[in-house]
Write a protein that binds this ligand. Sequence first.
Ligand code: NAP
Length: 490
Amino acid sequence: MNDVRTEARDVDVVIVGAGFAGLGLGIRLSRADYGSYVILERGDDVGGTWRDNHYPGVACDVPSHLYCYSFRPNPHWSQFFAPGGEIQQYLRESVHAEGIGPHIRLGVEMTSARWDETQRRWLVSTTGGGYRARALVLAAGRLSEPCHPEVPGLDTFPGPLFHTSRWDHDAALDGRAVGVVGTGASAAQVVPQLARRSARLVVFQRSPPYVVPRENRQYSARERRRFAANPKVLRELRDRLFTEAEHAVAQRHGVRPDIDQVRDRALGHLARQVPDPGLRRRLRPNYEIGCKRILLSDDYYPALTRSNVVLEQAPLVAVDGHTVTASNGARYPLDVLVLATGFLSTRPPFARRVRGRGNTLLADHWRHGMVSYASTTVHGFPNMFVLDGPNASLGHNSAIHMIETQIGYVLGALDHLRHEGVGALEVSADAERAYTHWIDAMSRETVWLGCHSWYRDSKTGRLTLLWPDSATAFRKQNGTFDPEPYLRHH
Ligand code: NAP
C-alpha cells in the first residue's frame, strides 16, 4: 500500500500540507495554471495549525488583516486579532472560492519521498498510493508535531491528559483540579479560560514569558462595510500594520531605546496587573525581552492572581497517578493535566522520510540543525522546496508575509524548470554554506541566542527557525528566484 506503485500518478508538483503555506501555493499554482499538482494532507480537514489548535481562547496574536493572504483580503474579520475558528473558516472558504478542493487529498500522509536521479523525479509514497513528481514542496509546518515532555510516570496519570493542540473537548473541567504545564503563547491563552472554570488551577512555569497588553477590539459593522466596499482602504490598512510590525525588528537586534521601551512596556504591564510583589518577582523573566516570543494578553496575569490559581515556579518532574510533583518537591493532586509544552519545531519528523540525491536522508543532512539556501532549497535535494522551514519564521511580524515570499520564490523556480529546458535545479553546496554562515553571523547580533527557545536547534543551539532580520529584508533577499547559485541538471 505504501510503496510507490509502478502506476504512480504523474504530477508536476506534490505539496505536503494543507495549511496556510500549502494552500497558498496551491491557489497561486491554480490561478496561473502552472500545471498539475496535489496537496497531501494527513489530517481530515485543511487549516494546519488552525485545524489542530481549537483550545479554549485560541486566537491569533498577529492582526487579522495582516494574517491572511495579500491576494485574498478579507473585509469581514470580526476583530483586530481573529479567533482561531475564524481563521480556520477563512482557509476553508479560500479553498472553496479558489476551486482548489479537487487537488487536495485529505487523510493522505506522505510516508516517504525519494529523488530518482535517472527519471529526475520525486517518487512520493503515501498512505493513498504513489506519485511521481517533478517538484516536491514540503509545507508541513513547524508547529505541527506536539512536544510531549519526558516526565517519569506521565502515563500513569489516570485523568484526561492532552496537549493544547489536541484539545479534548469531552474532558470535564468545571469544578476540577487542573494542571497546565508550560507558559508560552498557548498557555497564555488557555490559562485565563481554565482559571474561570476549574476549582483549582496549577500552572507549571519553567521560565516566565514577557507579556504586553493585547488591546484587542471588535471591528464595527460600519468598518467592515467600508473595507468590503473599498479594497484600497483594506490594502492601506494592511500596509500600515505591516510597517508598524516591522519597527519591532530593531528591538530584537538590541537597538536602544527600542528594546528598553518594549521591556518597560512589558514590566509596566506586569507591575500594573500583579500587585503582589512575591508573585510579581516570580513572573519577572531573567532573560532579555524578545528572546522568546513576546506574549500579548490582558487576562493572563489577572488569571494568575485569582485565589484558585497557583503559579508553580518549578517544572513538572514526576507523575504518580493523580499526584503531580514539581522539581522543588511540591505535590499537587490533579484531575486533568494539560500540556502546553510546544512543538518539535527544529527537528521536523518529515526530514526522516525524505531522501535526496545519493539516497541521503534529509534528517542526516540536517544533523547539525536545519540549513538551506534562501530558507527554501537544500543542497542534495533537487527540485525540493521547504516552506516555513529553516530560518523562515518571524517573531515580530506576520508568517503569511514570509510564506508568500517563499511562494514567489518557488513559482520562479518552477517557471525556470518549465521554460529553460532544465530537468533539475539543485542549489550548490557553496551557496548553502555561505547562506548558513551569514545566518549564523546575523544571529549573533540578535537577542535570540540569549535563552533557550523553539527558535533554536534543540541540539546545537543554532538559530535555525527564525529569520534574523526584517520581513522586508527577507523579501528583498529571498523573494525572487535567481538560477545563479543552482546546479542545473539537463
Ligand atoms: P512554546 O512557546 O514552545 O511554549 C512551551 C512552554 O512549555 C514553554 O513555557 C516551556 O518552557 C514549557 N515547557 C516545555 N517543556 C516543559 C517541561 N518539561 N516542564 C515545564 N515546562 C515545559 O509553545 P506554545 O505556547 O504552544 O507556542 C508555540 C508557538 O506557537 C508560539 O511561539 C507562537 O509562535 C505560536 N502560537 C501563537 C499563538 C497566537 O497567535 N496567539 C498562540 C499559540 C501559539 P521554557 O520556556 O522554559 O522552554
